[in-house]
Structures are given as structure tokens and as C-alpha cells.
Write a protein that binds this ligand. Structure first.
Ligand code: ASP
Ligand code: MG
Length: 406
């Protein structure tokens, strides 16, 4: 017997037929003798529709009312699933965010969970009652409804799992697990049996959007064992766990790419102390996140080029922000380019093995792919390359690190 939290994403509850299928899955776990808590998303597409309604009335909306509206999608699915479970003879009930309560701060639209008072839920679970909790929603200190930011139901599920001290938090979705690379691009990508929290965080931050990043951070902090799995099959998915649970650590676990990148270059920037601070200050003030940076050594000791990347959506704003400061910053030209992609190699093995980056550089060189910018972290090496080489680069790297399926 185990205590588990099962979370179902929007595509898993997209219509009544799928909700009935979810109910069968939940019943399966109860029949197997497990204590079960369930967290549900809104039916796929519903949250977008609710956001659109709000936008239609006012783009300068009151975020507290935005939350009242967009939190409702999850309320609908929690009630429907409770009904489907009752139809199967289970003792089930919904329990909304404010009823548990899932306490959050008052940052409406992107609230953070501060505490979950789960005593009552635990009591119910011990008595065999199935509690169905709508994800994505909570309650602010003043009692008003909050939401956790798009994709927030993953975080609700992990928080509930932590609060009830669940043995496992199963995240049911429309993919069967976490893959070594995007299977739509790399045909030989494999499903991973296990991956560490750290690797999963890096994967999420560079484009593999299976889980909301915050949910992985929370799982890591509270040591909640996660499993990403398909709601369409009974096959085991990918376990996201602590390093100690992984016996044979692979050197590299994943190759990812992010197309949401823009490269900005300032030419002939003065090569003197304080220049980087003057450039990146205004960008930070404009809430633009700068990712990779490369500054060339100046040939003449006086001026140099500075290149960095921002999210595609911030490109225009970044260019305008810097242009406005041109006299202050004293560069010659500002160039920007969106035909770039960031390719990353991720693996815990990098901490203890040398030559991982070198292997990446030579695999790309062998294919004649030019590297524009490089950045590294403890368990990740990223390069910026021309977008048209994305597929070629991913496949070459997947092969080079021995990840190809047999
Ligand atoms: N329904 C919300 C969204 O679409 C939360 C979630 O599904 O995780 O963002
Ligand atoms: Mg999601």
C-alpha cells in the first residue's frame, strides 16, 4: 500500500470520455489498496478561453478578478471527476483551493504557495476517500482566490504530495515520459527511466516543457518523487528523483533545443571597466532577462563587440531600450538576429567527467556547424547556432553521446 497523488493535465481531461478514463485509472489505484489524492487541470483549451474573455473586457484588468475567472476551469473538472468516481462506487469528493486551504501569497496571476493545511485531506485519504483537488488555484491571506501562473497545476500536485507526504506523485500527461531529446526531431530518442531533479530543471529551462519549472524546484526541495507518464497507457513513465536513487548515472541524459532565442550584438563598445554594467543595467530595469553573453577581446585595446541573447519576445524591447541609451553607451551599431537556436547538452555526469564540452564542439565541427555563443553551468553546456542546423545538430549530438536507441 502506498499513498499517491495523481495529477491529470488538460489533454487527459479534455472531454467526458477522457474524464471517465481518468476515473478508471484512479479506481485502479484505489482497488490496488493505495490511498489516493487527485489533482486536475482544466479541460485543454478552457483556460485560454477564460483568459481571452478577460482580455476582451479589459486589458488593464484587476488581477484579483482575473483569478476568479481563470481558476474556474479546474473547478469544473474536479467536480466532474468526483462524479465519475462516485459512479464507480468510490467515496469521492472535490475540495477547492480555499477549502483545503492551499495558502498562497497575494501575487494574483502568479501566486506562490506558502502552505497547505492537509490534516483533513490526510484523514480522508486514510479512510479511503478520494479527494479531487483543482490545480492552479489557492487562496490569498485576505481570503481572495489566487492562481499560480500558467501550467501551475503541476505545482499544485507537487505541493499536495509534499503536504500529505505521498510516496509518489504521478503526473499524467500526453507524452509517455521524459525523452533524451525531442522525438519529433530525433527519431532515435529514448524514454529515460529516471532523471534527477537537477537535470529535469535544466531540461525545462531550455525548452523541454513537460513540467512547470516551479513544480520541479518544489519537488527537489521537499524530495517528492515524481513520475511523468501517459494517461493513455499503463506503462511506467520517467521517474524524477534525487541523485541517490540513480544507480548508473549516464554521462549525458538529454539534448534539448530552444528556438525562442534572439541574438543581439553591439559593435564597437568601449573596452573599459563598467561598460557591461552600463549595458545590462537598463535591460534589467526593463525586466529583460539576458541569457548567454560573449564579449570579444578588443584588437586595438579600445573597443570590442558584445553579443548576448534574450527571449524572442523581448528582442524588440531590448533593441529599443539600448537605442534609447545610445549616447550613454557609445556603441556603433546594434544588430539583432532571430534565426538562432540554443542547443544544450545536459547531464549530471559532467560534474565528474572532463571532455564533455569538447565532444559537443567537435561533433558540431564535424557537421560544419558554426558556434556563435557558448555558455555553461555545472551540468549543462549550451551553444547558439544558426536555426537551420537545429535538426542536424540534435541528431549529431544524440549520436555522439551514445544516446541513440538501439
Ligand atoms: N489550466 C491552467 C493552465 O492552462 C493550469 C494547468 O493546466 O496547469 O495554465
Ligand atoms: Mg501542463
Amino acid at each position: 500500500m502506498a499513498r499517491i497523488v495523481m495529477k491529470f493535465g488538460g489533454t487527459s481531461v479534455v472531454n467526458i470520455e477522457r474524464i471517465e478514463a481518468v476515473a478508471d485509472k484512479v479506481k485502479g489505484e484505489v482497488d490496488a489498496g493505495n490511498q489516493v489524492g487527485v489533482v486536475v487541470s482544466a479541460m485543454a483549451g478552457v483556460t485560454n478561453q477564460l483568459v481571452a474573455y478577460v482580455d476582451e473586457i479589459s486589458t488593464l484588468y484587476d488581477a484579483r478578478e482575473y483569478d476568479v475567472v481563470v481558476s474556474t476551469g479546474e473547478q469544473v473538472t474536479s467536480g466532474l471527476l468526483a462524479l465519475a468516481l462516485q459512479k464507480r462506487g468510490l467515496d469521492a469528493r472535490s475540495c477547492l483551493g480555499w477549502q483545503i486551504p492551499v495558502e498562497t501569497d497575494d501575487a494574483h496571476g502568479k501566486a506562490r504557495i506558502t502552505a497547505i493545511r492537509a490534516d483533513r485531506v490526510v484523514e480522508w485519504m486514510e479512510k479511503g476517500k478520494v479527494v479531487v483537488v483543482p490545480g492552479f488555484q489557492g487562496v490569498a491571506p485576505d481570503g481572495r482566490v489566487t492562481t499560480l501562473g500558467r501550467g501551475g497545476s503541476d505545482t499544485s500536485a507537487v505541493a499536495l504530495a509534499a503536504a500529505v507526504e505521498a510516496d509518489l506523485c504521478d503526473i499524467y500527461t500526453d507524452v509517455s515520459g521524459v525523452y533524451t531529446s525531442d522525438p519529433r526531431i530525433v527519431a532515435k530518442a529514448r524514454k529515460l527511466d529516471k532523471i534527477t531533479y537537477e537535470e529535469m530543471l535544466e531540461m525545462a529551462s531550455v525548452g523541454a516543457k513537460v513540467l512547470q519549472t516551479r513544480s520541479v524546484e518544489m519537488a527537489m526541495k521537499h524530495e517528492v518523487r515524481l513520475q511523468v507518464r501517459s494517461s493513455y497507457s499503463d506503462e511506467p513513465g520517467t521517474l524524477v528523483v534525487g541523485e541517490d536513487e540513480i544507480v548508473e548515472q549516464e554521462l549525458v541524459s538529454g539534448i534539448t533545443c530552444s528556438r525562442d532565442e534572439a541574438k543581439i550584438t553591439l559593435t564597437c563598445v568601449a573596452d573599459r571597466p563598467g561598460v557591461a554594467a552600463t549595458i545590462f543595467g537598463p535591460l534589467a530595469d526593463a525586466a529583460i532577462n539576458v541569457d548567454m553573453i560573449v564579449q570579444n577581446v578588443s584588437a586595438d585595446g579600445k573597443s570590442t563587440d558584445l553579443t548576448f541573447t534574450v527571449a524572442e519576445a523581448d528582442r524588440e524591447k531590448a533593441v529599443q531600450t539600448l537605442k534609447a541609451e545610445k549616447s550613454e553607451l557609445g556603441f556603433l551599431e546594434i544588430l539583432s538576429d532571430s534565426d538562432v537556436v540554443k542547443v544544450s547538452v545536459i547531464g549530471m555526469g559532467m560534474r565528474s567527467h572532463v571532455g564533455v564540452a569538447q565532444k559537443m564542439f567537435s561533433a558540431l565541427a564535424d557537421k560544419g556547424i558554426n558556434i556563435q555563443v557558448i555558455s555553461t553551468s555545472e551540468i549543462k553546456v549550451s551553444v547558439l547556432i544558426e536555426e537551420e542546423y537545429t535538426e542536424l545538430a540534435l541528431r549529431a549530438l544524440h549520436h555522439a553521446y551514445g544516446l541513440d536507441a538501439k
